[in-house]
Structure formats: C-alpha cells, structure tokens
Ligand binder design. Structure first.
Ligand SMILES: C[S@@+](CC[C@H](N)C(=O)[O-])C[C@H]1O[C@@H](n2cnc3c(N)ncnc32)[C@H](O)[C@@H]1O
Length: 227
C-alpha cells in the first residue's frame, strides 16, 4: 500500500511499514531523525495530500496546545488563538486520516470546545466529528514499559490489539506535588552525552516520538499480511 505517516519526524511507523513491503512516507515540517530521508517529505501535510493519493493515512498531529498536561496555560492559549488553530488542524486531519493519535486532551470530549469555541464546535458536530476517541492504549501493552495514556481516533481501521503486556516493568517516580508518574516523564534527557531540559526542542522531540511497540503493532495489524 501507499501510506502516509503524517506529522512524523522519527519515522518509527514509516520504517515498520517499509519492513513489511509498503510504500510508506513520513511527512513533517521538520527534518526526519529516523535515518531515511529518502522516505521523508519535509512539507505541510495538506500540501502532500493535495499532490498525492494514499491508500492509508496515519497522523500524529501536535498535542502541545490540546493536552491536559498544559491546562494551566489554556487561558493564554485561547487568547492567542493558538489553541483554536490546533483544534482546527486536528479536525482537518481527521477528515482525511484513517488514524489519529494524541494524548488525553480537549479533543476527547466536546465540552471544552463547545464552551470556548462554539462556532467551531458546531462545525465539528455538523461534520459528525466523534468527540470520543475510538480507543485508549498504553505503551506497556505493546512491550515498552511506560505508562502514557494514548488515544486513537480510527476511521474504519480495527482497534489495535495489545501485543506484549509489560505493565509489571513500568518504573514510577513521585513528583513534588505527590503525583505518581511513569519515570519516563522525567524532566531531562541525555542525548549523545548532553543533557537537555524540559523546554528544549530535543526534549520535546524525544517525548513525542512514537514507541517502537505501538509503531510495530500499527504496521503489522493495519498494513501487514493481507487477511
Ligand atoms: C506530536 S509530534 C508527533 C511526533 C511523532 N509521534 C514522531 O514519532 O515523529 C507532532 C509533529 O507534527 C509536526 N507538524 C506540525 N505541523 C505540521 C504540518 N502542517 N505538516 C506536517 N507536520 C506537521 C511537528 O513538526 C511534529 O514533529
């Protein structure tokens, strides 16, 4: 199949799809970090979709302004227009994609959008946007010992089935305000011996990369051997 993995710089899903013989391309505004620039289209997703025909589109749109983790900044994000812009981006991608992935956030229910962006909400209702995700998954259900609730909105694809549950191996830490979190959420990462903090681009990129187990399951279950 000819498949577009939109908003993907890591090429995690693209590489797994290629291993199965698909003609897959990643697409992102950024350069790819997956080591296969020949499979990467550095362009706006809507431009790419306008110029090509794909059998399947899997999308990982930005979640920074939608996720509940940023809730304390929502007032500022509403005032600047950035939040509405990101809801619109998600909505437009939903119209063309077979799968959208995002963490828990304001797209998981219509209430917030209805309250703050009533016109956009009505447009979404008219288009039958499903304010509820199709399923919630965890990386630990696919062999990566991390707890990070991840939502999938599916347009006709089957639910993704867990492949290797390693919940017992998840390591936790307790944050200053007493919240128990997966150790993966630590506020710093080390890349090539250099430390990168919470606000660095390196850190943000690292935190949004698709886990290998989920990438493999998406490829195998949606674009593997035809049944
Ligand atoms: C949440 S990250 C997803 C990363 C992905 N899970 C991966 O493993 O590479 C969102 C990505 O969307 C990209 N992006 C934002 N706007 C875009 C656009 N208009 N067209 C294509 N990609 C876009 C960002 O550069 C960023 O890499």
């Amino acid at each position: 199949m000819k498949i577009l993995v939109a908003c993907e710089e890591s090429q995690a899903v693209t590489i797994k799809l290629r291993e199965l013989g698909n003609e897959a391309f990643s697409c992102d505004l950024m350069d790819c970090s997956g080591g296969h620039p020949e499979w990467h289209i550095k362009k706006d997703v809507f431009e790419v979709v306008g110029e090509n025909k794909f059998d399947m589109i899997i999308a990982f749109p930005p979640c920074t302004h939608l996720t509940l983790a940023g809730a304390k900044h929502f007032e500022k994000k509403r005032a600047s227009g950035i939040q509405e812009e990101n809801i619109r981006f998600f909505f437009e991608i939903w119209k063309i994609a077979d799968c959208i992935e995002n963490p828990m956030g304001i797209m998981n229910g219509g209430k917030y959008i209805k309250e703050w962006f009533p016109l956009l909400h009505q447009e979404m209702v008219d288009a039958k946007f499903p304010f509820k995700e199709s399923q919630k998954i965890q990386p630990f259900e696919f062999g990566d010992p991390v707890k990070k609730t991840t939502c999938l909105w599916l347009n006709g694809l089957p639910l993704l089935s867990g492949t290797n549950n390693v919940e017992d191996e998840v390591e936790y830490y307790v944050s200053k305000n007493g919240k128990k979190m997966s150790a993966w959420y630590a506020k710093q990462i080390t890349v090539d011996g250099k430390k990168h903090g919470y606000n660095s681009l390196e850190f943000k990129k690292h935190r949004s990369k698709t886990f290998q187990g989920i990438a493999e399951a998406m490829a195998n279950q949606w674009a593997g051997v035809a049944k």
